[in-house]
Design a protein around this ligand. Sequence first.
Ligand code: S3P
Length: 446
Amino acid sequence: MKSDIYLNSLASKKCSALNGSARIPGDKSISHRSIMFGSLAIGETIISGLLEGEDVLHTAEAMRAMGAKIYNSDDGLWHIYGVGIGGLQEPSQVLEMGNSGTSTRLLMGLVGGHNITATFAGDASLTKRPMGRVIKPLEMMGATFLSRSNGRLPLTVKGAENTLPIEYKLPVASAQVKSAIMLAGLNAAGRTTIIEDHPTRDHSENMLRAFGVDVEVEELEGGARAIHIQGQQELKGCAIDVPSDPSSAAFAVVAALIVNGSEVTLNNVCINETRIGLYTTLIEMGADIEFKNKRIQGGEPVADIHVKGAGSLKGIEVPQSRVPSMIDEFPILAVAAACASGTTKMSGLKELRVKESDRLLMMYEGLKACGISLNMGEDSLTINSNGGGCMGGACVETALDHRIAMSFLVLGCVSKEPIEIDDGEPIKTSFPNFIELMNDLGADIG
Ligand code: S3P
């Protein structure tokens, strides 16, 4: 069952138990940062395990356009010779960002802190996304912007002549905004401070330390954090070993959990505590998940994730305080909830409306079309299920969103009738070998 009307549609059919071990591609957040920081460093940076997905390749292209020498050798390693802080060249062409919000927001920070001008463009999804959240602090640092209404792409950044250090309290929990300010602050004459009420992913902090930069993280009352960074420190090229992406691993983990009798091991996955809220939630739902062989790799904690599926998840209420540590995982959690017995309540999800798509709406509509009973609020989703899988038999719209696409293909593993998605192309942004890897484990996607 594959639609003829959609050129890149994919279908997922009910399968039997998933089995085996797999190496999930490199972490997207860490991959972006390794290219950006390597491009600012003095000397050579060598990256292993880089995610060669479209989003990260957009970052690499942009850094090349600003003067970094970047190439990949036959052994799979990526080599970067950076330009040094303050040394970025003005790109002669528009920087094409494709679907990638992380590339765009972090690079806006980088350009904003350098005395150069650059124009950013993106695809139909990215041009809908709000950039005002980055524009505001970067204007305080001396950059100026010309954009479409509401700060949307295409937009042009004229970087600061003399970047000002600022103290800034994040109005939304966002690692992209935090990192954009840090990147601009790297070229400021003085100390930049960012305060976050709810800790978000801290890969920029961790990796800057690996490049020899002094970053101070102060724990404040109530779980808040202040990140202090002194500008104009030199970054020294280093070796970065990128672990597997826990957000990508989540698709195979949930697939294994909902297909009875599955047993899957995913090696070398990043288990940074700012990223693993989904795993905590699944364990609370009754999942059999073990982090084996825990170790530190390149400043990040990693483990081999072992999952056994009994098809016996229970619905729970997800605490709002956990949202930042699983911000990208709500689509796949919604699939787990659709296969769990009882009610799962998720709230505090306003940010999901401005991801690659309006993820609350896309999950609501897609799950409803597959026969799941659920309710959507302004920032919440409540899913009711008796744990018996779903009807399926629908063609789900994915709105250029890789995670919506992969989530519904996972649900197809347990639906009575196959589930089709209208467009599988965006999966290449973050998980280029998703279909092959899932089918090797026993899924039936094609
Ligand atoms: C990311 C931060 C998150 C996340 C995105 C990657 C990053 O975005 O959704 O996929 O690498 O910093 P926000 O900062 O907008 O929450």
